[in-house]
Design a protein around this ligand. Sequence first.
Ligand code: FE
Ligand code: FE
Ligand code: ZN
Length: 283
Amino acid sequence: MIKLGSHVSMKKPDYLSGSVNEALSYNANAMMIYTGAPQNSFRVPVENLKIQQARKRWLENGHSMDDLIVHAPYVINLANTAKLETFEMGKRVLRNELIRSSAIGAKYLVLHPGSSLKDTLENGIDIVVEGLNEVLKEGFDVTVCLETMAGKGSEIGYRFEHLAEIISRVDYPLGVCFDTCHTWDSGYDLNNLDQILEEFDRIIGLDKLHVLHINDSKNVVGARKDRHANIGEGNIGFDILSNVVHHPLLKGKTMILETPYIDGLPPYKEEIKKLLNRNSWGL
Ligand code: FE
Ligand code: FE
Ligand code: ZN
């Protein structure tokens, strides 16, 4: 079965229960939330998130908690070697997000590996590994999935090798989230999808791939920009994104749209429908 949904908001008064309703309104069988604003670490206590109601409704609709993905806030930068406070804060926030994700009943927490800023990529990777080992040693029933990045600025994770190195050096199991816009922007030409999946499998292992972000890109392959476009409106195009969604090797992986709103409205119901129904794009 194809598991396809989008990121959805979580806001008062209904919180997670409202998020589930939003996802269901798009006919989604997967969803992704931030447990608070993505840009900061201010968090409403989990007791207030209406988790039981949300879970009940999600499960009643035949969906799985494994397809309710959490994305960690962007403030976490475990690759900042210059500022110890940022590294320490990142570990604290990550730990808190793992606890919150676990309370929600989520299985996967998507995390950006981080940016090494003025320092080298190698030093950045070293400290990411150190940070992850420190946080994960406590033991959580949630798997951190490192996201493939566009390679904007000093971002780590724009080559599969970066993620493979982190995974091999961290003492606890990690997963990966493959973002189509990011991999495209980082230089993987998704016209050669089979070849790229073969490369991913060789370097990281497809068994580590739990989540995909399905986004078109406003930029050309290799631009290292990271600007998401609506499905079929960008440089990747509908055909390739549809091939990703329907690829036999990606069967059962949780797929999430993070495309922009159109005229202030979420495009997800339409985009889900079009991606599931290959021929409905007027082809
Ligand atoms: Fe992300
Ligand atoms: Fe993403
Ligand atoms: Zn992005």
